[in-house]
Design a protein around this ligand. Structure first.
Ligand SMILES: *Cc1c(COP(=O)(O)O)cnc(C)c1O
Length: 419
């Protein structure tokens, strides 16, 4: 009977392209050369995120190889603010983009030059603004009224604030996992309003460094990204021309996605780099001497991380086999499908200590929370798993612990390690 199962001789991993970044030793998945059991013993924990620094390096290398060197690379710290990751990134990228005072302090303490740190996000409080102004961090201004508060706080603290106007363009980044521009948005100053503001800025007690044009996130479509780059360069040139003095910085946004689900392909950066090369030629004079930046979060770190937890219980309920684990949505909200997905899809998962074994059993993998939302993987085919085996969720290096409701139900906080 079992001979009719075509899954029988298929090794468990790599199930598909998305799971090819790590190596194995026999049945054991390796991160930074260590098995999950070894990492568990090192940490003294049975639930953890493990990040592989070589994969981070490789992603940065992919960017550098394809994107013209004229364009600088910033890391968006919110994707993974784990301190060893931030420190690892420090010499590998050209700047940090932060979204809170806490992230700003991480960036400063990493030793990143203050001129290469920018602080974006709606609803910055006076406390946060004053901290950034005093530190000399560039504030990406999200509204005209925020700019007024920045002027007042600069006077009060006797420091000239460094600002970049975040522009909400009239266009959008098509086919994005998250659209953050075009139409009505809480982010940035509408393109239609920003030119008027530029006529007043010379009289304001701030240093206008330039502009921040960020359209969206998690995009896997080359054409959508190159089209957005064209529109962004065009807008940037118009903004520069309308400035009372020469700005020195334009953040072109980011949005490079990573594949999470079966059928999704890794982004090919070659055509994106080629199109940027042409744009750099086309706008050579309009943008001469101005630093150009692309800011990326998940592209740099998501593939480098796994979330690992152990099977605590195995049960059958009316024909469905459940693997019940000691980890779940309280540690990894995004994997549960509750962090922006419209329809829940499974992240790639594996049994991390049975990597050579064939997928043999349809199971639903759940966490320990008393809510039907706590799903790690719904109806997947995995090797025969037992209590104590490792369930591993791939593509988990971004938006993990800090994007999850860790206090929900009061379970222990998740451990992290960079190897
Ligand atoms: C969240 C965010 C990023 C990072 O997005 P990723 O999808 O992780 O690359 C970059 N810039 C801004 C302004 C953001 O809000």
């Amino acid at each position: 009977m079992s001979s009719s199962l075509n899954t029988e001789t298929r090794p468990q991993a790599p199930q598909h392209e998305l799971m090819s970044q790590f190596s194995c030793q026999g049945d054991e998945l390796l991160l930074g050369g260590f098995s999950l059991n070894a990492i568990s013993t090192m940490l003294g924990k049975t639930v953890f995120y493990a990040y592989d620094r070589q994969i981070i390096n490789q992603q940065i290398q992919r960017f550098r190889a394809a994107i013209p060197g004229r364009i600088k690379l910033h890391y968006a710290v919110k994707a993974n603010p784990y301190w060893p990751v931030v420190q690892h990134m420090r010499p590998l990228v050209d700047g940090f983009d932060v979204a809170s005072q806490k992230e700003m302090l991480l960036a400063l303490q990493s030793g990143m030059p203050v001129a290469d740190i920018s602080f974006a996000g709606p609803g910055k409080t006076d406390t946060e603004l004053a901290a950034a102004i005093t530190a000399g961090v560039t504030l990406n201004v999200e509204s005209a009224s925020e700019l007024q508060r920045i002027c007042q706080l600069g006077k009060q603290h006797k420091v000239t604030p460094q600002v970049a106007l975040r522009v909400n363009p009239a266009f959008e980044l098509k086919a994005s996992g998250m659209k953050m521009a075009g139409g009505a948005k809480p982010f940035g100053i509408d393109e239609e309003q920003v030119f008027e503001l530029l006529t007043q800025i010379a009289a304001m007690p701030v240093k206008l460094r330039g502009f921040h044009i960020f359209c969206g996130s998690q995009n896997l479509k080359t054409e959508a990204l190159t089209e957005a780059h064209q529109l962004t360069f065009d807008l940037a040139a118009k903004l520069v021309a309308a400035c009372p003095y020469r700005p020195d910085l334009i953040n072109l946004g980011g949005g490079f996605g990573i594949p999470y689900f079966p059928g999704e392909k890794r982004l090919d950066l070659q055509p994106i780099g080629l199109s940027l090369k042409h744009l750099l030629q086309q706008y050579e004079h309009a943008l001469a001497g101005i630093e150009l930046v692309i800011e990326l979060g998940r592209y740099l770190v998501a593939e480098a991380g796994v979330y690992a937890c152990q099977v605590v219980d195995k049960k059958v309920s009316r024909g469905t086999t459940y693997l019940v684990c000691n980890g779940g949505l309280h540690h990894h909200l995004a994997n549960s499908g509750n962090f922006g997905q419209v329809i829940r899809k499974n992240y790639p998962v594996a049994i991390g200590n049975k990597m050579q074994q064939a997928a043999a059993e349809p199971v639903t993998v759940v966490g320990p929370l008393c809510t039907p939302l706590d799903i790690l993987a719904d109806k997947v085919s995995l090797p025969q798993a037992d209590i104590g085996d490792w369930v591993v969720v791939y593509q988990s290096g971004a938006y993990g612990p800090t994007a999850s409701p860790q206090d929900f139900l009061g379970h222990a906080a998740v451990a992290e390690i960079l190897l």
